[in-house]
Design a protein around this ligand. Structure first.
Ligand code: FPP
Length: 246
């Protein structure tokens, strides 16, 4: 399915849900679902780049996912290390710039090292920016920005009364990236689950029952086609937006 380039979202954020149910439906361990999820990540990165999406932000592990059984958390961490080992060279060849957002200091030293190396290797790339959210929570992000601004105010470097939306946004993990235009969530649930709370303020939301390992280019195309039909008003009336478009 192709979408007019002008209607392609600049930034797509994805909550990849349904790996566990995908595995259970096949009589497999949850980990098999996460492994299959990596294949869907690869397909989605390729599809996003082909459609001209500039930023793709994937929710790989939330602040709350630490509460999962120890074995699942440990398997997921090993999977992230393996995925980095296997995928970074190909991402680099495809001019993808890899970034990670989240409380990365909570991760094991080996994973942190692999992340830093991947970010460094791809830092000069000019194609798709792929943000992977690990140990990430929207509330953590906003609290951290508030903390940084409060420290600056306490040190007399900024005036607390001058702290505005732009100042907060600049301190968030996504920093200078544009806000997501489209949020995709697989797996049938219709919630934000503490993802990018600030940045999703004006995102179009697209939910699908498809489980993450089954998410493919056709399903991504459906999300983009739905997005292309939306009128984005940002508080204006439909008539105001139409007048500008004419
Ligand atoms: C949610 O499904 C999925 C996760 C918590 C992990 C997502 C991780 C991947 C897709 C693996 C690879 C990612 C990268 C970026 C290499 P769930 O386990 O909550 O599924 P359920 O709701 O069916 O139980």
């Amino acid at each position: 399915m192709s979408v007019e380039p002008s209607n392609v979202p600049t930034h797509v954020a994805v909550i990849m849900d349904g790996n566990g149910r995908w595995a259970r439906a096949r009589g497999k361990q949850r980990h098999a679902g996460h492994r299959a999820g990596v294949r869907a990540v690869r397909a989605t990165v390729e599809a996003a780049a082909e459609h001209g999406v500039r930023y793709l932000t994937l929710f790989a592990f939330s602040s709350e996912n630490w509460r999962r059984p120890e074995e699942e958390v440990s398997n997921l961490m090993s999977l992230f290390v393996e995925a980095l080992r296997r995928e970074v060279a190909e991402l680099h060849r495809n001019n993808v710039r890899l970034r990670f957002i989240g409380a990365l200091e909570q991760l094991g030293a080996g994973l942190q090292k692999k992340i830093a190396a991947a970010v460094d290797k791809t830092s000069g790339n000019t194609g798709l920016v792929l943000n992977v959210a690990v140990a990430y929570g929207g509330r953590w992000d906003i609290a951290r920005a508030a903390q940084a601004l409060a420290a600056k105010a306490a040190a007399g470097e900024i005036d607390a009364r001058g702290i505005d939306e732009d100042a907060v946004a600049a301190r968030l993990a996504l920093g200078g990236a544009p806000d997501p235009d489209l949020l995709v969530r697989t797996g049938g649930e219709r919630r934000i689950s503490n993802f990018l709370l600030w940045n999703l303020a004006y995102a179009e939301l697209w939910f699908t029952d498809v489980l993450w390992p089954d998410f493919d280019e056709a399903e991504f195309g459906r999300a983009l086609a739905d997005f292309a039909g939306k009128q984005r008003r940002y508080g204006h009336t439909g008539e105001q937006v139409e007048a500008v478009e004419c």
